[in-house]
Write a protein that binds this ligand. Structure first.
Ligand code: NAP
Length: 310
């Protein structure tokens, strides 16, 4: 049966895919309130005004949170005065200007913004009875490797708690974290954690959904100068469209809408594009990368994360 999502919290909702998802969800009659989880108040106020103007609905509310900080998301949950039906954990990306730098929680900036704060957020919401139905984590095809973009599939040696903890604190990557390679590993750990959560909480739905390779967002803005230039000025506007491996922000964000509304999607599964594709219909990514189904590695990822979320 299709479940109704009357209230939704979206992190990283002031731009890109998060903001577009908010716009599309406001177009559904069942949506009564959308909470915009943002770290920057001025940007959040501007996004809220845009969304109200574009949708003609006054259903948006700002929830200030920096998802790279456990403390910040916990205090945001305390301030929430009602539960939500759906949570879309979309904030993140390449980890800012210093993706390998450690936060006060002892994890890399890239891990903090994509995963650590979301773990604290979702778990705090569950503890407080503030999530009713479904949680979605923004995954990426980088987790099963993207040959066309030079992103190798993550390979772990043993998949132990200790090894996964090194992905989280950055030591796995040696002295220098290459954002294009680390990104797939970091989304991998988040995806494994979602699958572990699905087994622990069978009454709720946990979906990892990749929005696909999406143009028109700021996700590549933090890459080193040369790489950013290649992606933003050449690859995304010219080469990728020619190769058919990039789609619009509307299509990317629609995948989140599908994730919270499609009753066919199964809890604990990571959905993304078909083999060798980065756009188009979505499918269970474990058919491409079977290790995603390894319950031992899923549980180890959860245990490794909890060495840092205390
Ligand atoms: N675009 C793609 O091709 C693609 C593909 C696969 C997966 N994804 C994933 O999709 C998600 C959204 O990406 P996007 O392309 O829409 O990128 P974007 O335009 O850079 O948007 C990212 C959003 O996350 C917010 N954010 C970042 N760090 C945050 C933090 N610590 N606390 C709170 N908010 C934070 C940003 O806020 P500020 O404005 O304050 O920085 C911004 O609103 C990311 O998780 C990304 O990894 C994107």
């Amino acid at each position: 049966m299709k479940s109704m999502n009357k209230t939704i919290l979206i992190t990283g909702a002031n731009s890109g895919l998060g903001k577009e998802a908010a716009r599309q969800l406001a177009g559904l009659q069942e949506t009564e309130r959308i909470f915009l989880g943002c770290r920057n108040e001025a940007k959040a106020i501007a996004a809220k005004a845009d969304l109200e103007r574009e949708t003609g609905r006054s259903i948006f509310e700002i929830v200030l949170m920096d998802v790279s900080s456990v403390e910040s998301v916990r205090s945001a949950v305390t301030g929430m005065n009602q539960p939500v039906d759906a949570l879309i954990m979309n904030a993140g990306g390449m980890g800012g200007k210093a993706p390998g730098q450690l936060t006060s929680d002892g994890v890399t900036q890239m891990f903090a913004a994509n995963v650590l704060g979301h773990v604290a957020l979702l778990e705090e919401m569950l503890k407080a009875g503030k999530l009713n139905q479904v949680a979605v984590f923004a995954g990426s095809e980088a987790t099963r490797g993207v040959k066309k973009m030079g992103m190798k599939r993550p390979t772990l040696d043993t998949g132990s708690v200790e090894e996964l903890a090194t992905v989280i604190d950055g030591s796995f990557f040696g002295g220098k974290l290459d954002p294009m390679q680390a990104y797939g590993y970091i989304k991998y750990v988040g995806t494994l954690w979602m699958s572990a959560m699905a087994r622990k909480h069978p009454h709720l739905k946990f979906i990892t959904m990749s929005p696909g390779n999406t143009s028109g967002t700021a996700v590549m803005d933090d890459l080193p100068f040369l790489m950013r230039g290649i992606f933003k000025k050449i690859m995304i506007p010219y080469i990728m469209p020619m190769m058919g491996i990039v789609h619009s922000v509307e299509k990317g964000a629609h995948r989140y809408v599908t994730a919270i509304t499609d009753p066919q999607l199964k809890s604990g599964v990571f959905y993304g594009s078909r083999p060798n594709a980065l756009t188009g219909p979505v499918m269970d990514q474990s058919t491409i990368f079977p290790q995603l189904n390894d319950q031992r590695i899923q549980d180890n990822a959860e245990a490794a994360i909890h060495q840092f979320v205390r």
